[in-house]
Design a protein around this ligand. Structure first.
Ligand code: FDA
Length: 500
Protein backbone atom coordinates (compact mmCIF):
# COMPACT_ATOMS: atom_id res chain seq x y z
CA UNK A 1 0.00 0.00 0.00
CA UNK A 2 1.39 3.38 -0.97
CA UNK A 3 1.40 5.94 1.75
CA UNK A 4 0.85 9.62 1.20
CA UNK A 5 4.00 11.49 0.11
CA UNK A 6 5.10 15.09 -0.30
CA UNK A 7 8.51 16.22 -1.61
CA UNK A 8 8.78 18.65 1.29
CA UNK A 9 7.03 18.59 4.66
CA UNK A 10 7.16 21.38 7.24
CA UNK A 11 6.08 20.55 10.79
CA UNK A 12 4.33 23.48 12.49
CA UNK A 13 3.11 26.85 11.21
CA UNK A 14 4.96 29.31 13.50
CA UNK A 15 7.65 31.76 12.42
CA UNK A 16 10.38 29.42 11.23
CA UNK A 17 7.88 27.10 9.56
CA UNK A 18 6.03 29.91 7.77
CA UNK A 19 9.19 31.45 6.32
CA UNK A 20 10.41 28.06 5.15
CA UNK A 21 7.11 27.08 3.52
CA UNK A 22 6.85 30.37 1.65
CA UNK A 23 10.35 30.11 0.21
CA UNK A 24 9.84 26.43 -0.72
CA UNK A 25 6.55 27.30 -2.40
CA UNK A 26 8.13 30.17 -4.33
CA UNK A 27 10.78 27.74 -5.56
CA UNK A 28 7.98 25.55 -6.92
CA UNK A 29 8.51 22.72 -4.44
CA UNK A 30 5.25 21.02 -3.39
CA UNK A 31 5.09 21.41 0.38
CA UNK A 32 2.72 20.13 3.05
CA UNK A 33 2.59 21.88 6.43
CA UNK A 34 1.35 19.87 9.42
CA UNK A 35 -0.14 21.84 12.32
CA UNK A 36 -1.56 20.28 15.48
CA UNK A 37 -3.78 23.28 16.17
CA UNK A 38 -6.75 24.49 14.18
CA UNK A 39 -7.22 27.22 11.62
CA UNK A 40 -8.61 30.27 13.40
CA UNK A 41 -10.97 31.75 10.85
CA UNK A 42 -14.45 30.74 12.01
CA UNK A 43 -16.48 32.98 14.32
CA UNK A 44 -18.11 31.40 17.33
CA UNK A 45 -21.72 31.97 18.45
CA UNK A 46 -20.73 35.46 19.61
CA UNK A 47 -19.55 36.38 16.11
CA UNK A 48 -15.91 36.52 17.17
CA UNK A 49 -13.09 34.16 16.24
CA UNK A 50 -11.17 34.60 19.51
CA UNK A 51 -12.33 35.30 23.05
CA UNK A 52 -10.77 38.05 25.16
CA UNK A 53 -8.83 37.83 28.40
CA UNK A 54 -11.64 39.07 30.62
CA UNK A 55 -14.22 36.58 29.33
CA UNK A 56 -12.30 33.42 28.50
CA UNK A 57 -14.12 30.40 27.13
CA UNK A 58 -13.12 27.11 25.51
CA UNK A 59 -11.33 28.94 22.70
CA UNK A 60 -8.75 30.23 25.20
CA UNK A 61 -6.71 27.16 26.08
CA UNK A 62 -5.35 24.05 24.45
CA UNK A 63 -7.03 20.95 25.96
CA UNK A 64 -7.39 22.40 29.44
CA UNK A 65 -10.36 22.70 31.77
CA UNK A 66 -9.04 25.86 33.42
CA UNK A 67 -7.49 29.02 32.13
CA UNK A 68 -3.91 29.67 33.18
CA UNK A 69 -3.38 33.37 33.32
CA UNK A 70 0.27 34.38 33.64
CA UNK A 71 -0.96 36.68 36.40
CA UNK A 72 -2.81 34.08 38.36
CA UNK A 73 -4.23 36.32 41.10
CA UNK A 74 -5.17 39.86 42.05
CA UNK A 75 -5.22 40.80 45.71
CA UNK A 76 -4.44 37.09 46.07
CA UNK A 77 -7.84 36.19 44.59
CA UNK A 78 -7.63 33.46 41.99
CA UNK A 79 -8.62 34.95 38.63
CA UNK A 80 -8.51 31.77 36.55
CA UNK A 81 -11.77 30.31 35.22
CA UNK A 82 -13.16 26.89 34.46
CA UNK A 83 -13.54 26.29 30.74
CA UNK A 84 -14.63 23.48 28.46
CA UNK A 85 -11.82 21.31 27.13
CA UNK A 86 -11.17 22.25 23.50
CA UNK A 87 -8.39 22.77 20.97
CA UNK A 88 -8.00 26.38 22.09
CA UNK A 89 -5.26 28.76 21.03
CA UNK A 90 -2.94 29.05 24.05
CA UNK A 91 -1.11 26.11 25.55
CA UNK A 92 0.66 26.12 28.88
CA UNK A 93 3.04 23.18 28.99
CA UNK A 94 4.09 22.26 32.54
CA UNK A 95 7.53 20.86 33.24
CA UNK A 96 8.36 20.71 36.92
CA UNK A 97 9.57 24.13 38.00
CA UNK A 98 8.59 25.96 34.81
CA UNK A 99 5.53 26.36 32.60
CA UNK A 100 6.04 27.18 28.94
CA UNK A 101 3.40 29.18 27.08
CA UNK A 102 3.02 28.49 23.35
CA UNK A 103 0.47 29.23 20.64
CA UNK A 104 -1.55 26.45 18.97
CA UNK A 105 -3.09 26.93 15.57
CA UNK A 106 -2.20 28.12 12.09
CA UNK A 107 0.33 30.84 12.88
CA UNK A 108 1.72 29.33 16.11
CA UNK A 109 2.93 31.93 18.59
CA UNK A 110 1.94 34.79 16.28
CA UNK A 111 -1.70 34.21 17.27
CA UNK A 112 -1.17 34.84 20.98
CA UNK A 113 1.91 36.98 21.35
CA UNK A 114 2.35 40.66 22.15
CA UNK A 115 3.41 41.50 18.57
CA UNK A 116 6.69 43.09 19.67
CA UNK A 117 9.21 42.85 16.87
CA UNK A 118 12.55 43.64 18.46
CA UNK A 119 15.97 43.38 16.85
CA UNK A 120 18.56 42.00 19.27
CA UNK A 121 21.66 43.96 20.21
CA UNK A 122 24.32 43.11 17.71
CA UNK A 123 26.88 42.01 20.28
CA UNK A 124 24.36 39.67 21.91
CA UNK A 125 23.40 38.18 18.56
CA UNK A 126 27.07 37.67 17.61
CA UNK A 127 27.77 35.98 20.94
CA UNK A 128 24.80 33.61 20.53
CA UNK A 129 25.65 32.82 16.91
CA UNK A 130 29.41 32.82 16.39
CA UNK A 131 28.93 30.86 13.14
CA UNK A 132 26.62 33.44 11.57
CA UNK A 133 27.79 36.47 9.62
CA UNK A 134 26.23 39.32 11.62
CA UNK A 135 26.76 41.82 8.78
CA UNK A 136 24.50 39.80 6.50
CA UNK A 137 21.90 39.39 9.21
CA UNK A 138 21.67 43.10 10.03
CA UNK A 139 21.95 44.23 6.41
CA UNK A 140 19.66 41.70 4.76
CA UNK A 141 17.71 39.25 6.90
CA UNK A 142 16.48 41.34 9.83
CA UNK A 143 15.15 44.01 7.43
CA UNK A 144 13.62 41.31 5.20
CA UNK A 145 11.90 39.68 8.16
CA UNK A 146 10.59 43.01 9.43
CA UNK A 147 9.20 43.96 6.02
CA UNK A 148 7.56 40.56 5.50
CA UNK A 149 6.02 40.56 8.99
CA UNK A 150 4.56 44.04 8.51
CA UNK A 151 6.48 45.66 11.35
CA UNK A 152 5.37 49.24 12.03
CA UNK A 153 6.21 52.00 14.51
CA UNK A 154 4.01 53.99 16.83
CA UNK A 155 3.40 57.65 16.02
CA UNK A 156 5.24 59.32 18.92
CA UNK A 157 2.82 62.26 18.95
CA UNK A 158 -0.16 59.94 19.38
CA UNK A 159 1.67 58.01 22.08
CA UNK A 160 1.98 61.22 24.11
CA UNK A 161 -1.72 62.00 24.06
CA UNK A 162 -3.63 58.71 23.77
CA UNK A 163 -5.44 56.98 26.62
CA UNK A 164 -4.28 53.49 25.53
CA UNK A 165 -0.65 54.05 26.54
CA UNK A 166 -1.17 56.11 29.68
CA UNK A 167 0.21 53.06 31.50
CA UNK A 168 3.37 53.15 29.40
CA UNK A 169 3.83 56.90 29.93
CA UNK A 170 3.61 56.42 33.69
CA UNK A 171 6.26 53.70 33.55
CA UNK A 172 8.42 55.83 31.29
CA UNK A 173 8.32 58.76 33.69
CA UNK A 174 9.24 56.46 36.56
CA UNK A 175 12.11 54.96 34.58
CA UNK A 176 13.44 58.38 33.70
CA UNK A 177 13.22 59.45 37.35
CA UNK A 178 15.56 56.53 38.05
CA UNK A 179 17.93 57.58 35.29
CA UNK A 180 16.97 54.68 33.05
CA UNK A 181 16.61 54.73 29.27
CA UNK A 182 13.38 53.80 27.51
CA UNK A 183 12.75 52.93 23.89
CA UNK A 184 9.73 52.48 21.64
CA UNK A 185 9.17 48.88 20.59
CA UNK A 186 8.23 48.14 16.95
CA UNK A 187 5.15 45.97 16.48
CA UNK A 188 3.24 43.85 14.01
CA UNK A 189 -0.01 45.23 15.38
CA UNK A 190 -1.31 47.93 13.02
CA UNK A 191 -0.86 51.11 15.06
CA UNK A 192 -3.01 53.12 12.64
CA UNK A 193 -5.88 50.77 13.35
CA UNK A 194 -5.24 50.95 17.08
CA UNK A 195 -5.61 54.68 16.85
CA UNK A 196 -8.98 54.25 15.16
CA UNK A 197 -9.95 51.79 17.91
CA UNK A 198 -9.35 54.47 20.48
CA UNK A 199 -11.29 56.99 18.38
CA UNK A 200 -14.24 54.59 18.33
CA UNK A 201 -14.17 54.24 14.55
CA UNK A 202 -13.63 50.46 14.40
CA UNK A 203 -14.30 47.53 16.74
CA UNK A 204 -11.73 47.25 19.50
CA UNK A 205 -9.21 44.42 19.69
CA UNK A 206 -5.86 45.54 21.18
CA UNK A 207 -7.97 47.93 23.26
CA UNK A 208 -10.45 45.24 24.29
CA UNK A 209 -8.16 42.91 26.25
CA UNK A 210 -7.44 40.70 23.26
CA UNK A 211 -3.88 39.42 23.60
CA UNK A 212 -2.93 35.97 24.83
CA UNK A 213 -6.12 34.27 23.61
CA UNK A 214 -5.83 35.85 20.16
CA UNK A 215 -6.72 39.12 18.44
CA UNK A 216 -9.81 39.52 16.30
CA UNK A 217 -8.47 42.58 14.47
CA UNK A 218 -5.31 44.55 13.88
CA UNK A 219 -2.59 42.00 14.46
CA UNK A 220 -0.60 40.88 11.45
CA UNK A 221 -0.27 37.31 12.60
CA UNK A 222 1.46 34.83 10.29
CA UNK A 223 -1.80 33.64 8.74
CA UNK A 224 -2.11 37.15 7.27
CA UNK A 225 1.52 37.49 6.14
CA UNK A 226 3.94 34.64 5.39
CA UNK A 227 1.34 31.87 5.44
CA UNK A 228 -1.09 33.72 3.18
CA UNK A 229 1.76 34.28 0.73
CA UNK A 230 2.83 30.64 1.04
CA UNK A 231 -0.67 29.40 0.18
CA UNK A 232 -0.71 31.95 -2.65
CA UNK A 233 2.19 30.20 -4.38
CA UNK A 234 -0.16 27.29 -5.10
CA UNK A 235 2.55 24.86 -3.96
CA UNK A 236 1.86 24.88 -0.22
CA UNK A 237 -1.01 23.30 1.68
CA UNK A 238 -1.70 23.25 5.41
CA UNK A 239 -3.20 20.27 7.22
CA UNK A 240 -4.65 21.37 10.53
CA UNK A 241 -5.34 19.27 13.64
CA UNK A 242 -2.45 17.08 12.47
CA UNK A 243 -0.13 16.25 15.33
CA UNK A 244 3.22 14.76 14.32
CA UNK A 245 4.16 12.05 16.78
CA UNK A 246 7.26 10.40 15.37
CA UNK A 247 9.82 10.51 12.58
CA UNK A 248 11.66 7.59 11.05
CA UNK A 249 13.40 6.90 7.76
CA UNK A 250 12.90 4.34 5.00
CA UNK A 251 15.77 2.42 3.44
CA UNK A 252 15.64 4.77 0.42
CA UNK A 253 16.04 7.81 2.69
CA UNK A 254 12.41 8.92 2.66
CA UNK A 255 11.36 10.43 5.98
CA UNK A 256 8.21 8.82 7.36
CA UNK A 257 6.09 10.82 9.76
CA UNK A 258 3.49 9.26 12.03
CA UNK A 259 0.68 11.77 12.35
CA UNK A 260 -2.33 11.77 14.66
CA UNK A 261 -5.40 13.51 13.26
CA UNK A 262 -7.50 15.22 15.92
CA UNK A 263 -11.04 16.51 16.12
CA UNK A 264 -11.83 19.90 17.65
CA UNK A 265 -12.13 18.34 21.08
CA UNK A 266 -8.61 17.01 20.75
CA UNK A 267 -9.67 13.38 20.35
CA UNK A 268 -7.54 11.33 18.01
CA UNK A 269 -9.67 10.25 15.06
CA UNK A 270 -6.98 8.65 12.87
CA UNK A 271 -3.27 7.94 12.69
CA UNK A 272 -1.64 8.04 9.29
CA UNK A 273 1.80 8.11 7.79
CA UNK A 274 3.21 10.72 5.48
CA UNK A 275 6.45 10.41 3.53
CA UNK A 276 8.78 13.32 2.76
CA UNK A 277 12.02 13.74 0.87
CA UNK A 278 12.92 16.95 2.69
CA UNK A 279 11.75 17.45 6.26
CA UNK A 280 11.73 20.81 8.03
CA UNK A 281 10.99 21.00 11.76
CA UNK A 282 9.26 24.22 12.79
CA UNK A 283 7.30 22.92 15.79
CA UNK A 284 8.94 25.37 18.19
CA UNK A 285 11.67 24.82 20.77
CA UNK A 286 9.78 22.16 22.72
CA UNK A 287 8.03 20.60 19.72
CA UNK A 288 10.98 20.17 17.38
CA UNK A 289 13.39 19.11 20.11
CA UNK A 290 10.89 16.48 21.27
CA UNK A 291 10.61 14.98 17.78
CA UNK A 292 14.40 14.86 17.41
CA UNK A 293 15.02 13.38 20.85
CA UNK A 294 12.38 10.70 20.34
CA UNK A 295 13.86 9.82 16.95
CA UNK A 296 17.39 9.67 18.35
CA UNK A 297 16.71 7.81 21.58
CA UNK A 298 14.29 5.23 20.16
CA UNK A 299 16.85 4.45 17.49
CA UNK A 300 14.63 5.65 14.63
CA UNK A 301 17.36 8.16 13.59
CA UNK A 302 20.32 6.92 15.60
CA UNK A 303 22.94 9.23 14.10
CA UNK A 304 21.56 12.42 15.64
CA UNK A 305 23.85 14.59 17.73
CA UNK A 306 24.20 14.17 21.50
CA UNK A 307 23.84 17.96 21.63
CA UNK A 308 20.13 17.74 20.84
CA UNK A 309 18.18 18.68 23.97
CA UNK A 310 20.90 20.99 25.27
CA UNK A 311 21.20 24.77 25.55
CA UNK A 312 17.54 25.33 26.40
CA UNK A 313 16.55 28.52 28.17
CA UNK A 314 13.51 30.72 29.02
CA UNK A 315 15.17 33.87 27.62
CA UNK A 316 15.69 35.08 31.17
CA UNK A 317 11.97 35.91 31.50
CA UNK A 318 10.87 37.58 34.75
CA UNK A 319 7.47 39.13 35.44
CA UNK A 320 7.10 41.81 38.09
CA UNK A 321 4.49 44.37 39.14
CA UNK A 322 4.82 47.71 40.97
CA UNK A 323 2.17 49.52 42.97
CA UNK A 324 1.79 53.13 41.86
CA UNK A 325 0.88 56.14 43.97
CA UNK A 326 -2.73 57.34 43.58
CA UNK A 327 -1.82 60.23 41.29
CA UNK A 328 -0.15 57.89 38.79
CA UNK A 329 -3.18 56.41 37.10
CA UNK A 330 -2.38 53.74 34.51
CA UNK A 331 -5.77 54.03 32.84
CA UNK A 332 -8.93 52.00 32.36
CA UNK A 333 -8.28 51.45 28.65
CA UNK A 334 -4.89 49.85 28.03
CA UNK A 335 -3.53 48.65 24.72
CA UNK A 336 -2.79 44.96 25.02
CA UNK A 337 0.15 45.41 22.66
CA UNK A 338 3.19 46.82 24.47
CA UNK A 339 4.94 49.73 22.77
CA UNK A 340 7.65 50.73 25.22
CA UNK A 341 10.63 49.06 26.87
CA UNK A 342 13.18 49.96 29.51
CA UNK A 343 16.51 49.28 27.87
CA UNK A 344 19.21 48.53 30.43
CA UNK A 345 20.69 45.68 28.43
CA UNK A 346 24.12 47.25 28.33
CA UNK A 347 24.31 47.54 32.13
CA UNK A 348 27.44 45.47 32.83
CA UNK A 349 26.17 43.93 36.08
CA UNK A 350 22.41 43.85 35.72
CA UNK A 351 21.48 43.63 32.03
CA UNK A 352 17.69 43.89 31.64
CA UNK A 353 15.34 44.67 28.76
CA UNK A 354 11.94 45.17 30.35
CA UNK A 355 8.85 45.64 28.28
CA UNK A 356 6.14 47.72 29.90
CA UNK A 357 3.24 45.29 29.89
CA UNK A 358 -0.46 46.12 30.02
CA UNK A 359 -2.94 45.03 32.67
CA UNK A 360 -6.14 45.46 30.72
CA UNK A 361 -8.82 45.04 33.39
CA UNK A 362 -11.24 47.79 32.37
CA UNK A 363 -10.83 49.49 35.75
CA UNK A 364 -8.04 51.54 37.27
CA UNK A 365 -5.54 49.27 39.05
CA UNK A 366 -2.59 51.60 39.73
CA UNK A 367 -0.27 48.77 38.74
CA UNK A 368 2.78 48.92 36.50
CA UNK A 369 3.56 45.50 35.08
CA UNK A 370 6.72 44.36 33.28
CA UNK A 371 7.95 41.35 31.38
CA UNK A 372 11.72 41.52 31.69
CA UNK A 373 14.25 39.72 29.56
CA UNK A 374 17.43 39.23 31.58
CA UNK A 375 20.79 37.74 30.80
CA UNK A 376 20.81 34.35 32.43
CA UNK A 377 23.70 32.02 31.63
CA UNK A 378 21.87 29.02 33.15
CA UNK A 379 20.64 26.42 30.68
CA UNK A 380 18.07 23.67 30.89
CA UNK A 381 18.14 20.22 29.36
CA UNK A 382 15.49 18.28 27.46
CA UNK A 383 15.59 14.50 27.66
CA UNK A 384 13.45 11.68 26.30
CA UNK A 385 11.76 9.39 28.79
CA UNK A 386 11.15 6.03 27.16
CA UNK A 387 8.68 4.85 29.80
CA UNK A 388 6.20 7.62 29.15
CA UNK A 389 7.33 8.29 25.56
CA UNK A 390 7.52 11.95 26.53
CA UNK A 391 10.09 14.66 26.71
CA UNK A 392 11.11 16.15 30.04
CA UNK A 393 12.46 19.62 30.53
CA UNK A 394 14.99 19.85 33.34
CA UNK A 395 14.98 23.37 34.68
CA UNK A 396 15.08 24.04 38.41
CA UNK A 397 13.66 27.14 40.05
CA UNK A 398 17.10 28.02 41.43
CA UNK A 399 18.37 28.44 37.89
CA UNK A 400 16.24 31.57 37.60
CA UNK A 401 18.12 33.29 40.43
CA UNK A 402 20.49 35.26 38.16
CA UNK A 403 17.38 36.64 36.40
CA UNK A 404 15.77 37.60 39.69
CA UNK A 405 18.97 39.31 40.86
CA UNK A 406 19.21 41.36 37.67
CA UNK A 407 15.54 42.32 37.67
CA UNK A 408 15.65 43.17 41.37
CA UNK A 409 18.55 45.57 40.89
CA UNK A 410 16.65 47.46 38.17
CA UNK A 411 13.25 47.55 39.86
CA UNK A 412 14.65 48.36 43.31
CA UNK A 413 16.18 51.38 41.64
CA UNK A 414 12.85 52.28 40.03
CA UNK A 415 11.00 51.97 43.31
CA UNK A 416 13.60 53.95 45.24
CA UNK A 417 13.48 56.82 42.76
CA UNK A 418 9.68 56.95 42.77
CA UNK A 419 8.71 56.04 46.32
CA UNK A 420 6.83 52.98 45.07
CA UNK A 421 6.66 49.34 46.09
CA UNK A 422 6.38 45.90 44.56
CA UNK A 423 3.02 44.12 44.24
CA UNK A 424 3.09 40.79 46.01
CA UNK A 425 -0.45 39.64 45.19
CA UNK A 426 -0.15 38.85 41.49
CA UNK A 427 1.43 35.43 41.20
CA UNK A 428 -0.69 33.21 43.41
CA UNK A 429 1.46 33.61 46.54
CA UNK A 430 3.48 36.52 47.92
CA UNK A 431 6.40 36.33 45.54
CA UNK A 432 7.37 39.53 43.77
CA UNK A 433 9.36 38.10 40.84
CA UNK A 434 7.61 35.47 38.74
CA UNK A 435 10.07 33.13 37.01
CA UNK A 436 7.96 29.97 36.95
CA UNK A 437 6.78 30.70 33.44
CA UNK A 438 8.23 31.68 30.11
CA UNK A 439 6.81 33.07 26.90
CA UNK A 440 10.14 32.63 25.15
CA UNK A 441 11.26 28.98 25.08
CA UNK A 442 14.52 28.84 23.14
CA UNK A 443 17.04 26.17 22.24
CA UNK A 444 17.24 22.39 22.17
CA UNK A 445 18.69 22.09 18.66
CA UNK A 446 21.09 24.99 18.57
CA UNK A 447 22.56 26.37 15.37
CA UNK A 448 26.19 25.39 14.93
CA UNK A 449 25.89 22.68 17.60
CA UNK A 450 23.09 20.15 17.05
CA UNK A 451 22.78 21.50 13.52
CA UNK A 452 25.28 22.97 11.09
CA UNK A 453 25.49 26.73 10.56
CA UNK A 454 22.26 26.67 8.47
CA UNK A 455 19.98 24.46 10.55
CA UNK A 456 20.83 21.16 8.83
CA UNK A 457 20.51 18.51 11.52
CA UNK A 458 23.89 16.85 12.07
CA UNK A 459 24.03 13.16 11.33
CA UNK A 460 21.18 13.28 8.78
CA UNK A 461 20.65 14.53 5.26
CA UNK A 462 17.61 16.56 4.17
CA UNK A 463 16.46 17.13 7.75
CA UNK A 464 16.34 20.72 9.03
CA UNK A 465 15.39 22.77 12.09
CA UNK A 466 13.87 26.18 11.35
CA UNK A 467 12.49 27.58 14.61
CA UNK A 468 13.30 28.84 18.10
CA UNK A 469 15.15 25.59 18.86
CA UNK A 470 18.10 27.09 17.00
CA UNK A 471 18.52 29.95 19.48
CA UNK A 472 20.71 29.14 22.50
CA UNK A 473 18.41 29.96 25.41
CA UNK A 474 18.76 33.73 25.68
CA UNK A 475 18.79 36.43 22.99
CA UNK A 476 18.21 39.60 25.04
CA UNK A 477 14.93 40.67 23.44
CA UNK A 478 11.60 39.12 22.48
CA UNK A 479 12.62 36.47 19.98
CA UNK A 480 10.28 36.19 16.99
CA UNK A 481 12.10 38.66 14.73
CA UNK A 482 15.35 36.77 15.32
CA UNK A 483 13.68 33.42 14.59
CA UNK A 484 12.14 34.81 11.40
CA UNK A 485 15.37 36.40 10.16
CA UNK A 486 17.42 33.27 10.84
CA UNK A 487 14.88 31.16 8.99
CA UNK A 488 15.10 33.51 6.00
CA UNK A 489 18.88 33.23 5.99
CA UNK A 490 18.93 29.46 6.36
CA UNK A 491 16.30 28.56 3.76
CA UNK A 492 18.00 30.78 1.17
CA UNK A 493 21.19 28.73 1.52
CA UNK A 494 19.36 25.39 1.72
CA UNK A 495 17.37 26.13 -1.44
CA UNK A 496 20.55 27.09 -3.27
CA UNK A 497 22.63 24.13 -2.14
CA UNK A 498 20.35 21.23 -1.22
CA UNK A 499 17.26 21.61 -3.41
CA UNK A 500 18.67 22.75 -6.73
P1 FDA B 1 5.97 28.56 17.30
O1 FDA B 1 5.83 28.13 18.71
O2 FDA B 1 5.50 29.92 16.94
O3 FDA B 1 5.18 27.55 16.36
C1 FDA B 1 5.24 26.17 16.52
C2 FDA B 1 3.99 25.57 15.91
O4 FDA B 1 4.16 24.16 15.76
C3 FDA B 1 2.75 25.78 16.76
O5 FDA B 1 1.70 26.25 15.94
C4 FDA B 1 2.46 24.39 17.31
O6 FDA B 1 1.07 24.14 17.51
C5 FDA B 1 3.00 23.50 16.22
N1 FDA B 1 3.44 22.18 16.69
C6 FDA B 1 4.21 21.90 17.77
N2 FDA B 1 4.46 20.59 17.86
C7 FDA B 1 3.82 20.01 16.82
C8 FDA B 1 3.70 18.66 16.37
N3 FDA B 1 4.31 17.65 17.01
N4 FDA B 1 2.95 18.41 15.27
C9 FDA B 1 2.34 19.44 14.61
N5 FDA B 1 2.42 20.73 14.98
C10 FDA B 1 3.17 21.01 16.07
N6 FDA B 1 7.87 37.03 20.94
C11 FDA B 1 8.19 38.24 20.44
O7 FDA B 1 9.16 38.36 19.71
N7 FDA B 1 7.42 39.33 20.74
C12 FDA B 1 6.33 39.26 21.57
O8 FDA B 1 5.64 40.26 21.79
C13 FDA B 1 6.02 37.99 22.14
N8 FDA B 1 4.99 37.84 23.03
C14 FDA B 1 4.58 36.58 23.43
C15 FDA B 1 3.43 36.43 24.19
C16 FDA B 1 2.96 35.15 24.49
C17 FDA B 1 1.73 34.98 25.33
C18 FDA B 1 3.68 34.01 24.02
C19 FDA B 1 3.20 32.62 24.31
C20 FDA B 1 4.82 34.16 23.27
C21 FDA B 1 5.29 35.45 22.97
N9 FDA B 1 6.42 35.62 22.19
C22 FDA B 1 6.78 36.88 21.75
C23 FDA B 1 7.24 34.48 21.76
C24 FDA B 1 7.02 34.09 20.29
O9 FDA B 1 5.65 33.97 20.01
C25 FDA B 1 7.77 32.78 20.04
O10 FDA B 1 9.15 33.01 20.28
C26 FDA B 1 7.59 32.28 18.61
O11 FDA B 1 6.24 32.06 18.30
C27 FDA B 1 8.39 31.00 18.39
O12 FDA B 1 8.37 30.70 17.01
P2 FDA B 1 8.70 29.26 16.47
O13 FDA B 1 8.81 29.33 14.99
O14 FDA B 1 9.87 28.73 17.22
O15 FDA B 1 7.48 28.31 16.87
Amino acid sequence: SRRDFSPAVVVGTGYGAAVTALRLGQAGIPTVMLEMGRLWDTPGDDGRVFCDMLNPDRRAMWLATRTQMPLSSFLWLDIDRRIERFTGVLDCVHHGDISVYVGRGVGGGSLVNGAMAVTPKRATFAEAFPDVDSDGMYRTYFPRAAAMLGVNHIDPAWFETCESYRYARVSRAHAHNAGLTTTFVPSVYDFARMRREEAGEVPRSALAAEVIYGNNHGKRSLDKTYLADALGTGCVSIRTLHHVRAIEQDADGTYVLTVDELDLDGTRVATRQLGARYLFLGAGSLGSTELLLRARDTGALPGLSPLIGRDWGPNGNVMVGRANRPRDRTGTVQSGMPALGIDAWDDPRHPVFAEVAPMPAGVELWVSLYLAVTRNPERGLLTYDAGSDRVRLHWLSGQAQPSVDQAKALFDRLNAANGTEYRSDLFGDTRVFETRLTYHPLGGAVLGKATDAYGRVRGQRRLYVTDGSLVPGNIGVNPFLTITALAERNIERILAEDLR
